[in-house]
Design a protein around this ligand. Structure first.
Ligand code: IMP
Length: 432
């Protein structure tokens, strides 16, 4: 089977769990290929004791599915404390986590990178990115600067010490002289990382080789992207982005799978838009309508608890996501949140200083000046959460979905109509 890539189409928090659920037992491996514990997905699973809610930050969602092999790929940055805490929490709730495999080439978030993330944001003041403060950016910067610490390094104390020394040589100057903080001791960092060796060792593998063999044997591999298209370091709203490749191409580099092995690219897209952190957001609505979307859609960050900025569906972004990722299927989520809105604005193009743009503007300046050109679609009042086929939807909801699909550049394979796993309308098979 070819690999399937799953990405977010907007600024994250689109509800990727809905798509993973639809793929169900077709998938044998779930690979997290980018980001770290800046991500957050809430998965709700029904059990005899009622619905169980799991908030995962670092672990791939596949950890909750019996029989699936969850993989942390080489493109991920790992905070070992968070990894072990998430595993302990799941074990305490009766989940078998023993199948987890971690790439030897993934980078570790060293304690000094958490410190640097926070002090740099404070230092930037009004120019801050609004990061999650988890050390993600500084760790990817170390990777590119070739002073990063990789998982495999902690199995060789001599190499680890040399690498930490090399990194701290630079960082301590920065911390002490620029940011007025105390210098960090090499031995403290090395000891902290070495403390994890025995627990980590059995999980570590050459994951690119493992996945290549799995694909050759006919297994289905799902590459699950953290964050989303508009937060991608190359294709997002730079510099207000995360520091990794969150688009479909990142799936190949972050997992070690060649593009020729990818057959399906699923992008999850919300029926409206949210964003956490700073940066441009043309359809943001700061009035009561935005607050309503936030409350009804429970739009508060899983990782930081921050209220998410809310706005209307942006078809320019949808088309852009479709093009950049090569989307074969969109999964539209949270349609139910729009129930009760009388006239639903949908952004069909931008007005940039008097010029109409149907595609993403080329420059950051133009994107900052983009004003949405709205089309208003009639809303519906009926509760749609029990709809299980397209025909069950009220006519205006059908029209809303069809109009969005026409504007967005790829077919809608499924529509989420409520937070529960089964609250979904499947329009066609996802891996056809
Ligand atoms: P960082 O990833 O912590 O460096 O943060 C960079 C930007 O990406 C900030 O605007 C964050 O709010 C945003 N971000 C990072 N991870 C997520 C996510 O999982 N969902 C939504 N926004 C995110």
């Amino acid at each position: 089977m070819p690999a399937i890539v799953l990405v977010g189409a907007q600024w994250g928090d689109e509800g990727k769990g809905k798509a993973t659920d639809l793929l169900g037992d077709q998938v044998e491996y779930v690979v997290k290929f980018n980001g770290g514990n800046n991500a957050g997905h809430t998965v709700v699973i029904s059990s005899p004791d009622g619905p169980q809610k799991y908030a995962l930050h670092l672990l791939p969602s596949g950890i909750l599915t019996p029989g699936v092999i969850p993989v942390i790929g080489n493109g991920v940055v790992i905070d070992l404390d968070v990894l072990f805490r998430e595993l302990d929490d799941l074990t305490a709730r009766g989940i078998d986590t023993s199948r987890l495999v971690v790439s030897a080439n993934a980078h570790l978030i060293a304690p000094y990178n958490r410190t640097i993330d926070k002090v740099v944001e404070r230092f930037l003041g009004s120019r801050r990115i609004g990061t999650t403060g988890r050390g993600i950016g500084p760790t990817y910067a170390d990777k590119m600067n070739r002073i990063g610490i990789r998982v495999q390094d902690i199995f060789d104390e001599k190499i680890l010490t040399q690498k930490v020394e090399g990194a701290l040589d630079q960082k301590n100057h920065l911390l002490v002289k620029v940011y007025n903080r105390r210098a960090i001791q090499v031995a403290d960092v090395v000891d902290e990382l070495l403390a994890s060796v025995e627990r980590l060792r059995p999980m570590v593998a050459d994951t690119a080789l493992l996945l290549s063999r799995a694909l050759d044997e006919g297994s289905t591999v799902l590459l699950e992207g953290g964050q989303a298209t508009m937060l991608d370091v190359d294709h997002g709203t730079y510099p207000f982005v995360t520091s990794s490749s969150a688009t479909a191409g990142g799936g190949c580099t972050g997992a070690g799978i060649p593009p020729t092995k990818v057959g399906t690219v699923i992008a999850v897209i919300k029926a409206y838009v949210t964003r956490v952190g700073e940066g441009p957001f043309p359809t943001e609505t700061l009035d009561g309508a935005g607050e309503r979307l936030r409350q009804v859609g429970a739009e508060f960050g899983t990782t930081t608890g921050r209220p998410r900025r809310c706005g209307w569906y942006d078809a320019v972004i949808a088309r852009y996501a479709s093009r950049v990722n090569g989307v074969t299927d969109f999964v539209l989520t949270k349609l139910d949140v729009l129930t009760g809105v009388e006239q639903i604005p949908v952004c069909i193009a931008y007005d940039v200083d008097g010029v109409r743009h149907d595609e993403m503007p080329m420059t950051q300046t133009d994107f900052h000046h983009a004003r949405p050109i709205y089309e208003y679609l009639p809303g519906w009042q009926e509760d749609i959460s029990s709809s299980r086929s397209f025909d069950d939807l009220p006519p205006n909801a059908q029209e809303y979905v069809k109009s969005l699909e026409m504007m967005s550049g790829a077919p809608f394979a499924a529509i989420g109509v409520g937070p529960r796993r089964d609250e979904v309308i499947q329009m066609r098979a996802l891996t056809s």
